[in-house]
Design a protein around this ligand. Structure first.
Ligand SMILES: [Zn+2]
Ligand SMILES: [Zn+2]
Length: 420
C-alpha cells in the first residue's frame, strides 16, 4: 500500500516552531488587546467571487495561486488566500458599520496559496491579520506600524526594516497609469510574457514581477510617487512625521506597490535580509475603496498581515520551560496504585508530573526520565513503600533525599525541598 503523506507545501508543525507560534500569538494578543483590537474567527472557505472582486482578477493570486474548486452543487469555492476579503465580508454581513464608528479587528489562522514551496513559504501558511475600519487618516496607518514594531521588539527579532510608500488615490493612479503604460510600451520587447499581458490589464503589477529582466527595466521606470496629487503627498508627509513621533524608524521605498489591487495611499512591508530572496514577512496598507467595491457603504480601511512561518524564522528560540518537570518512577504493582492520586495532587498544585505505565523496570523508567529531560524524579518501589517514603532525585547532580509518602502533602514537601 502507498504510504500516506501530507500534500506538497502542506506541513505538520511540531516542537520549537509551534512554541514560537504560541509565543508570537501571545505577544500579539497582549498588545492588540491593550490597543482595543478584538479577535475574531472567519471561515476558511468562501465563494470564489469574494476574492476575485476584492483582490482583483488580474493579480497573480487570483490568476494562478488560489485553491479553487466546485462543491457538490457546482458552486465555485476558494480556500482563503488571505484574510482581508473575508474580514470585510464579515464586517458587512454583521452590519458593524452601522453599529460602531470604528472597528479594530484581528484574526489568526491558516491561508492557502498554490505557490512553488520555498524557504519559509508553503501552500498552507499562517497569518496574523489586522484590519481597521472607519479611520480615514494616517494616524491609524502609523499606529499599525508601531504595533508591529512593539511586537518585534518584544520578541527580540534582531534585524528588520520598515519600508513605506504611498500608492496614491484613484486620481493619482489614473494620472500615473498613462505615464507607466507609455514607458512599458517603449520597452515591450524586453518584458516577459506575463508582463506584456499585464501592461494593459494592470500595469502596476509589472513592479512585482520576479523576472530579473523585468525588475531591471522597472528600476528606470516612472514612479507613482512622483505623480501623487497634493492631498496624497501631504497625507504621506504627515504619516512619516507621525511614525517619527511613535519612534518607528522607516525607509521610503518608492518602488513598493504591493501585489494587491485594493491598496490606496500608505502601503508598507517589513523585511529582513535573514529571509533569503523573498524578504518580506509582514505587509499591509490602506484600502479606502475596498469595502465599497465589495458592496458596502464607503468606509475607509487599513490593515496588515504578518506571515507566522516567516516571522518564526526570525524569532530567537523561546527560553526553556518556566517550571520544573517531575517524573514519577513507580516500580511494582503496589507503587503503581499511587500514580493516579499523586498525579491529581501535583496537577492541583500546578506542578508538572509525568509517568509511564505498564510496570517497567526502574532502569528503563530512569532512561525515559532522562529522555524527556525531567528535572526531578520521584522514585517509589517496594522498599520505599515499606519505609513509608518516596525518593526525590535531582537529575542535575544525582543527589537524592527521602520525603514522607503522604499523597496530600507531597507536592508541598517537594516544593519546599527543591526551593533554592
Ligand atoms: Zn491622490
Ligand atoms: Zn515580467
Amino acid at each position: 500500500m502507498q504510504k500516506l503523506q501530507a500534500l506538497r507545501g502542506f506541513r505538520d508543525i511540531f516542537g520549537e516552531e509551534v512554541e514560537k507560534f504560541r509565543l508570537i500569538e501571545g505577544v500579539a494578543r497582549r498588545y492588540f488587546g491593550l490597543l482595543g483590537y478584538r479577535e475574531m474567527e472567519i471561515p476558511v472557505l468562501e465563494k470564489t467571487d469574494l476574492f476575485v472582486r476584492s483582490i482583483g482578477d488580474a493579480t497573480d493570486i487570483v490568476e494562478k495561486e488560489m485553491f479553487t474548486f466546485n462543491d457538490r452543487s457546482g458552486e465555485s469555492l476558494t480556500m482563503r488566500p488571505e484574510a482581508t476579503a473575508g474580514i470585510v465580508r464579515a464586517y458587512l454581513q454583521a452590519g458593524l458599520y452601522a453599529k460602531e464608528r470604528i472597528s479594530r479587528l484581528f484574526t489568526i489562522g491558516p491561508m492557502f496559496r498554490h505557490e512553488r514551496p520555498q524557504k519559509g513559504r508553503f501552500r498552507e501558511f499562517h497569518q496574523l491579520d489586522v484590519e481597521v475600519f472607519g479611520i480615514p487618516d494616517s494616524s491609524l496607518d502609523a499606529e499599525l506600524l508601531w504595533m508591529i514594531w512593539l511586537m518585534l521588539t518584544d520578541l527580540g527579532v534582531p534585524s528588520y526594516r520598515f519600508e513605506v510608500n504611498s500608492v496614491g488615490c484613484k486620481g493619482c493612479r489614473e494620472a500615473f497609469r498613462s505615464a507607466l503604460v507609455d514607458y512599458l510600451r517603449s520597452q515591450e520587447d524586453y518584458l516577459c510574457e506575463d508582463c506584456r499581458a499585464r501592461m494593459d490589464r494592470n500595469p502596476l503589477r509589472v513592479f512585482d514581477c520576479k523576472n530579473d529582466q523585468c525588475a531591471q527595466l522597472m528600476r528606470a521606470s516612472p514612479l507613482l510617487f512622483d505623480h501623487l496629487c497634493p492631498e496624497c503627498r501631504s497625507e504621506f508627509e504627515s504619516y512619516l512625521s507621525l511614525l517619527d513621533t511613535f519612534g518607528v524608524p522607516v525607509t521610503v521605498n518608492k518602488r513598493l506597490v504591493r501585489g494587491l489591487d485594493y491598496y490606496t495611499r500608505a502601503v508598507f512591508e517589513v523585511t529582513s535580509d535573514d529571509l533569503g530572496a523573498q524578504k518580506a514577512f509582514a505587509a499591509g496598507g490602506r484600502y479606502d475603496n475596498l469595502v465599497q467595491e465589495i458592496g458596502g457603504p464607503s468606509t475607509p480601511g487599513s490593515g496588515f498581515a504578518i506571515g507566522m512561518e516567516r516571522l518564526a524564522l526570525l524569532v530567537p528560540a523561546p527560553a526553556g520551560r518556566d517550571r520544573p518537570q517531575f517524573f514519577l518512577a513507580a516500580v511494582g504493582e503496589k507503587a503503581s496504585r499511587f500514580i493516579v492520586p499523586l498525579l491529581k495532587a501535583f496537577i492541583q498544585e500546578e506542578m508538572a508530573l509525568s509517568y509511564t505505565s505498564g510496570g517497567r523496570s526502574l532502569k528503563s523508567q530512569m532512561k525515559y526520565a532522562a529522555a524527556i529531560k525531567a528535572d526531578y524524579v520521584l522514585i517509589l518501589g517496594d522498599q520505599e513503600l515499606e519505609r513509608g517514603s518516596v525518593i526525590l532525585r535531582d537529575m542535575k547532580d544525582g543527589s537524592q533525599r527521602d520525603l514522607p509518602l503522604n499523597v496530600e502533602s507531597l507536592p508541598q514537601e517537594v516544593r519546599r525541598s527543591i526551593a533554592p
